[in-house]
Design a protein around this ligand. Sequence first.
Ligand code: G3P
Length: 249
Amino acid sequence: MLEKLPQPVIFAHRGASAFAPENTLAAFRLAAEQGVEAIELDAKLTADGEVVVIHDMTVDRTTNGRGEVRHLRLDEIRRLDAGSFFSAEFRGEKVPLLREVFEEFGRRLFINVELTNYNAPLDPLPIKVAQLVREYRLEDWVLFSSFNPWNLIRIHRLLPECPVALLALEGRAGWLARSNFMRWVSPRIIHPFLADVTPESITQEHRRKRRVHVWTVNRAEDLEALFRWGADGVFTDDPALAMQIRSRV
Ligand code: G3P
């Protein structure tokens, strides 16, 4: 499916998060209304083993609650307001379950699920996510990414038909992550940080037969440059802007 989407693929980063609270159904709905083909979201587990969509390790920044997601039960998280931190207009938005996103957007939008259990990398998150993908028959509609190669190794074993992408850190740490990862899984896709990307690095990855999806790209001049350099995808908080630029580059 990834190759059949408009190219370069535009991923609404945590939804249309420039205009709606990140990682909420409101942000994903706005991205869908704007006509983008793909979204990116962050998955992690609650204390009682439910898969929720939230970026940070804690709920502190994006909700009116406090505490680590992995130490809160689903019912505690669902009581929180995940919209007001962004603006009063979105008061009452909830932290979504991954199941809700799959239910509403599955087979309509391509979905990049970032496995973000970085402080509990051996938890059952990949297993739970894989079960949901199978339940909703989204094997052709999801792409997994993570900064932690182990997550990708685990999800690749569970869902070998789904593409995986390494989120590449900058500099030395990025090189180490890439080299360790390469021993176990040969990813078809790499997700580098914007500041690390050059026309030459894109060409080099293409020679290795890898797609390059760049994060997080919000400035018009960066979007335009990446499209001209041949990037295969971008993550952006402003998918409408990215689509506008893609249509004229
Ligand atoms: O995968 C896209 C990259 O931007 C990282 O996403 O949500 O962790 O900022 P996020």
